[in-house]
Ligand binder design. Structure first.
Ligand code: HEM
Ligand code: HEM
Length: 217
């Protein structure tokens, strides 16, 4: 790392991000096959159902591994995702103009390592992740024993989570990979680093702490 760069995501975080993403994509695609009746023929031999269950196991195991190897970082992430201030409100107000119209940094309040949009994604993955696991576990393990009405509710809630996280997932990919202002987001989750200039512009509060040695990636 040069002194023009700063570490944003450490290697274990990056590796686990990609394994977790892989599991999510498997769950999303195999879920889609069950969700859209016209694709039902793909699930005929139940191989998509098997992949869905394998994906679910990976989806659950990865956060547990992360919690075991880096509890401090998980607590920091949780604290950040659930702590909202007036700056987040300012971000929400300024974001539509910033992202879709003008792109002037001065309109945006300085942000932590996660900006408000990223916090919303973290929050969603956490909350909906838990609901996915509970509803999925009932469909998986109590398919024959649970009353039909309960199963129907589980499918319905699972589907609502699928639609909500699915939409936000595309926003995550668009903002992280394709948005012209997020030029270094991809580098940060693949190589770990961003330039000092990018850190200052996009994560001003975090960079101020990092440069004083008070915070790490
Ligand atoms: C497979 C497609 C995916 C791509 C291309 C992708 C890309 C990225 C990128 C570029 C970042 C860095 C953003 C930044 O720091 O500015 C990031 C961060 C992150 N990703 Fe993903 N990601 C994907 C899937 C997922 C999935 C499925 C999840 C959750 C289940 C996820 C959760 C996160 C989280 C929590 C962060 C840190 C906070 C944030 O930046 O939003 N990602 N991802
Ligand atoms: C993480 C834990 C998860 C578990 C344990 C789980 C489990 C299950 C199970 C057992 C089923 C019923 C499959 C069958 O009929 O044999 C199912 C259906 C489904 N899952 Fe998941 N799943 C999980 C996560 C996800 C995620 C992350 C997504 C999408 C992003 C998803 C999307 C779907 C969809 C769309 C269906 C079809 C529901 C319907 O019939 O309308 N699941 N899941």
């Amino acid at each position: 790392m040069t002194h023009h760069e700063v570490e944003k995501y450490r290697k274990p975080v990056r590796v686990l991000h990609w394994i977790h993403s892989g599991a999510f994509v498997l769950l999303f695609l195999t879920g889609l096959v069950l969700f859209i009746p016209q694709l039902g023929f793909l699930a005929e031999d139940s191989w998509t159902r098997l992949i869905h269950r394998i994906g679910a196991a990976i989806f659950v195991i990865i956060p547990i591994i992360y919690l075991i190897i880096n509890p401090k970082s998980v607590c920091r992430g949780l604290k950040e995702a659930f702590t909202w201030s007036s700056e987040d409100m300012g971000w929400l107000k300024a974001a539509p103009r910033y992202y879709f119209v003008i792109g002037d940094e001065r309109d945006m309040p300085p942000q932590e390592a996660m900006n408000t949009g990223q916090k919303m994604w973290w929050f969603m993955v956490l909350v909906f992740g838990v609901i996915f696991v509970i509803t999925g576990a009932v469909m998986w393990f109590a398919k024959t024993s649970a009353p039909p009405a309960v199963l129907q509710w589980m499918v319905f809630i699972h589907d609502v989570c699928f639609i909500a996280t699915g939409c936000m997932f595309f926003v995550h990919i668009y903002t992280g990979v394709f948005h012209p202002l997020m030029t270094e987001a991809w580098n940060s989750i693949t190589g770990g680093k961003v330039s000092v200039e990018y850190a200052r512009k996009h994560h001003g509060k975090w960079y101020a702490e990092v440069s004083k040695g008070k915070k790490e990636a």
